[in-house]
Write a protein that binds this ligand. Structure first.
Ligand SMILES: N=CN[C@@H](CCC(=O)O)C(=O)O
Ligand SMILES: [Zn+2]
Length: 428
């Protein structure tokens, strides 16, 4: 049962991004937002039924205006609900002491190689119950929703053994059911080499391939298969083996690539036909060109570089070379403990050279493509899910200009108002 229809009228700008559901936007197409000034949207049965100028839609629906909830969006802008295509949503505990260590000179990899980092979260996540993981995830999802995000991808990877990976994927599934945000699951059994396999990472890759992938597929627990391809974690050869094996189980490859050091991860993403390569702080020009040729989406995580105090990925160069770029928080307890997609968009403009228009494309339709959801979400078009974000700014440039702020006024998810006046108003 859906609530009554919603008529949003007089938005200063409706940022539609229409016509981009077939393939991700690249190069100058990333700047084409297809804006309707003084725009309106009619929402019904969870879907966008019509978009256009306020005067035209008001005339079209004149006989039904009384039955609708009317939102006067004067002075505001309407965007597709934001999409976060790379999160580590489901985990236990937090790691603020590592933040302090890094501020005192330790590096992310030093901490991980000394049993902290991903290993620390793995040990806390192994001890947590499924229900505890669900509850922690729901709190994070509330935070995402308040920042205008209506769909998130969520990876496992803090188990590194089957029981815990399974528990994480089940928790993601439950969180998806209990929360208005849609949660799209990714299996990331190869997120780090567990202490038990420190001397023999190849044997761990074999274990993931032979024992975990078949169960993930059989229980339909994930759509994507991801790996941390990084010097000191998994090699490109091990990554290729795992991603190719996942394809045989119907899992689409994703890859954490070239985050800390150049390691030909971008090249590998193109070779295995990954839907996205993520991070890419140290991706080579050749890797970018190969990604552009194969249409691999570059999922950039500006918060990670910011929080690790590293040089940002070369987003401007990627776009100029034809890589379709998306943005994400990378929400995780170690390298990016945030749920703010708007801040990621600010950082992408300031540290990666994206324009405000490109940042919007990257956080909506291209992000939807990166999780294979562009036919349903990511733009404001007739027939798509009514996932909408009303922002308290008069034009889209001000979203980036007033940086570090949450401009969310109203969020509509599946045709239902879930955030009003910046506060959650949904049941869960
Ligand atoms: N780099 C690998 N994985 C995560 C960080 C995980 C963690 O530190 O807990 C990332 O994408 O940044
Ligand atoms: Zn990640």
């Amino acid at each position: 049962m859906y609530p009554k229809p919603i008529f949003i009228k007089h938005a200063n700008q409706v940022i539609t991004l229409k016509g981009s559901s077939q393939q991700p936007l690249a190069r100058e197409k990333m700047s084409d937002l297809h804006i309707i000034e003084d725009g309106a949207v009619w929402v019904e049965d969870g879907l966008i039924k019509a978009t256009g100028k306020t005067a035209d839609l008001a005339a079209q629906y004149q006989s039904r205006l009384e039955e609708a909830e009317i939102i006067d969006a004067s002075g505001k802008i309407l965007l597709p609900g934001l999409v976060d295509p790379h999160t580590h949503l489901v985990y236990a505990g937090s790691r603020e002491e590592e933040f302090n260590m890094r501020l005192n000179g330790a590096t992310y990899m030093d901490i991980m190689n000394n049993g902290g980092g991903i290993h620390a979260t793995t040990s806390m996540t192994r001890k947590a119950s499924e229900e505890e993981l669900v509850q922690e995830s729901l709190i994070r999802l509330d935070c995402f929703l308040k920042h205008g995000v209506t769909t998130v991808e969520a990876k496992s990877g803090y188990g590194l053994d089957w029981d815990t990976e399974h528990k994480q994927l089940l928790a993601a599934k439950k969180a998806d059911k209990l929360h208005p945000i849609d949660v799209v699951p990714t299996f990331m059994g190869a997120h780090a080499v567990p202490a038990e396999y420190k001397e023999n990472p190849d044997a761990f890759i074999d274990l993931v391939i032979e024992e975990m992938l078949p169960k993930v597929a059989e229980e339909k627990l994930a759509e994507f298969n991801d790996i941390f391809c990084e010097r000191g974690v998994f090699t490109p050869e091990q990554s290729r083996k795992l991603l190719e094996a996942g394809k045989k189980f119907g899992l689409t490859p994703k890859i954490h690539a070239d985050e800390i050091e150049p390691y030909e991860g971008a090249e590998l993403a193109a070779e295995v036909g990954a839907i996205s390569a993520d991070h890419l702080l140290r991706a080579s020009d050749n890797g970018m060109e190969m990604m552009a040729e194969k249409g691999v989406i570059g999922v950039l995580l500006p918060g990670t570089a910011f929080f690790l105090m590293a040089e940002a990925a070369r987003g401007r160069r990627m776009i100029d070379k034809g890589v379709p770029v998306a943005l994400s928080t990378d929400c995780n307890p170690g390298s990016s403990p945030t749920c703010s997609m708007p801040f990621m968009m600010n950082l992408a403009c300031m540290h990666m050279g994206l324009t405000p228009a490109e940042a919007i494309t990257a956080a909506t339709i291209n992000a939807a493509h990166a999780i294979n959801r562009a036919k349903e979400i990511g733009s404001i078009e007739q027939g798509k899910k009514a996932d909408l974000l009303l922002l308290n700014v008069p034009n889209y440039m001000q979203m980036q200009y007033h940086y570090g702020m949450n401009h969310t006024d109203t969020v509509i998810k599946n045709g239902e108002i879930v955030v009003k006046g910046g506060s959650l108003c949904c049941q869960r």
